[in-house]
Design a protein around this ligand. Structure first.
Ligand code: PLP
Ligand code: ZN
Length: 390
């Protein structure tokens, strides 16, 4: 294993990797995992990767945290297809559009990546009871991976979370608590009770290894595009873990000499009813205040305050990207358009990116022949309430 230590993203303080950690003990900001990349580079290369089977994120084991003797907790996460989207591309005037279809993960969302790695590490480090506040899909993923690991899962979700997520959590053995409030209220409830209950808090970015699982999105698209990153990435942003993770992966791959210095323009897509990052980006701010009265049917985007706000904003600025807010009815309408054009039933969070794409292309902020990757982070099948069912 090449993981060496954890380091605070704000104050730089080092923390041991080999005990359970949450936020920085000095300043309460997220911790990043640091690797001996020189060592990784001796054992792993694009050529070696090419000879490994696809269909699991554990093919990037050298840049993941779990010690070699430990068996990952796995349900077949990662290795999702990067699909060309010629018909939707034509509708919006783009010749080189791709969709990373994360709806094909276990529990039908990209949350499986983060939870596979976080639960593997939590079990290795001795945790027995895991707790998470969730907009829906993170809870489903934790429930599944905790069950697989033989650990307890305690999932706290707003009481209007999509029913499919609530049912899925219960049927995979989690203790589910519905909270009359938002995901931030769910997080506060866990914080109040975790010490007494003996829970390890796996809230996104308050635990360092979900990010490591999500960063494999970055390794995968690089590998799937023959180690040449796209010009533009659109990512539906709640807590922003995938966006931050991909950016970390790009830096690691550059250190490894697998890619150059060129980076995609990164765009955070949010819902108009909950757009803290869009508001902060437009104001030129380096952190985002809590978005008041947060509401959107794209439950994964209903995150009024993200712990990693300053990291997301730094990436949007550094990449010369941006942030776009989309109305709920636009994303719901776009779902059928994408479905009819490309054969994918996307989650409303993913659909939001297609609305934003059309707007960015029409405004000339994306050139017709630029290579664009859209992240469809989950499957629409989990959201019957949004699509006239249930
Ligand atoms: C389908 C879907 N897309 C996007 C997001 C937002 O992800 P992140 O918190 O990494 O920004 C979520 C989070 O719950 C989600 O479930
Ligand atoms: Zn710190």
């Amino acid at each position: 294993m090449f993981l060496r230590h954890l380091e605070c993203t704000a104050c730089g303080l080092r923390h041991d990797w080999n005990q359970l950690q949450n936020l920085c003990t000095a300043c309460a900001k997220p911790l990043f995992a640091h690797y001996d990349l020189t060592g990784v580079g001796r054992d792993l290369s694009p050529e070696i990767l090419a000879g490994r089977p696809a269909k699991s994120l554990w093919r990037y084991r050298e840049v993941l945290p779990l010690p070699g003797e430990a068996e990952p907790v796995s349900l077949g996460e990662g290795g999702t297809p990067l699909l060309r989207a010629p018909r939707f591309g034509e509708l919006v005037g783009l010749a080189n559009l791709w969709i990373k279809d994360e709806g094909q993960n276990p529990t039908q969302s990209f949350k499986a990546r983060g939870m596979a790695v976080a639960v593997s590490m939590a079990r290795y480090l001795g945790a027995t009871k895991l707790a998470v506040p969730s907009a829906g899909n993170a809870g489903s993923a934790l429930a599944a991976y905790a069950a697989r690991a033989g650990l307890e899962a305690h999932v706290f979700m707003p009481n209007d979370t999509p029913k499919a997520n609530v049912i899925e959590c219960r049927e995979t053995g989690a203790h589910v608590t519905l909270v009359d409030g938002l995901i931030t209220d769910c997080g506060a409830e866990i914080a109040r009770r975790k010490e007494k209950e003996g829970w390890f808090d796996v809230s996104t970015l308050k635990e360092p290894y979900r990010l490591e699982g999500k960063k494999t999105l970055g390794y995968e698209i690089a590998e799937q595009l023959s180690w040449e990153l796209p010009e533009v990435i659109l990512y539906p942003t709640g807590g922003g873990t995938g966006l931050i993770g991909m950016w970390k992966a790009f830096d690691e791959m550059e250190s490894l000499g697998w890619i150059g210095t060129k980076r995609p323009r990164m765009f955070s897509i949010q819902a108009s009813g909950c757009a803290p990052i869009v508001r902060a980006f437009e104001a030129g701010a380096t952190s985002a205040g809590e978005f008041p009265n947060a509401h959107t049917r794209a439950s994964g985007l209903r995150v009024p305050k993200a712990v990693g706000d300053f990291l997301i904003l730094k990436i949007l600025h550094a990449s010369r990207g941006g942030a776009v807010a989309v109305e709920d009815d636009e994303m719901i309408r776009a779902t059928r358009e994408v479905g009819g054009a490309e054969g994918l039933f996307v989650a409303p969070e993913g659909a939001a990116c297609f609305v934003a794409l059309r707007r960015l292309a029409a405004a000339g902020r994306i050139e017709p022949d630029e290579r664009v990757v859209i992240f469809n982070t989950g499957s629409g099948i989990k959201y019957p309430e949004c699509y006239g069912g249930a």
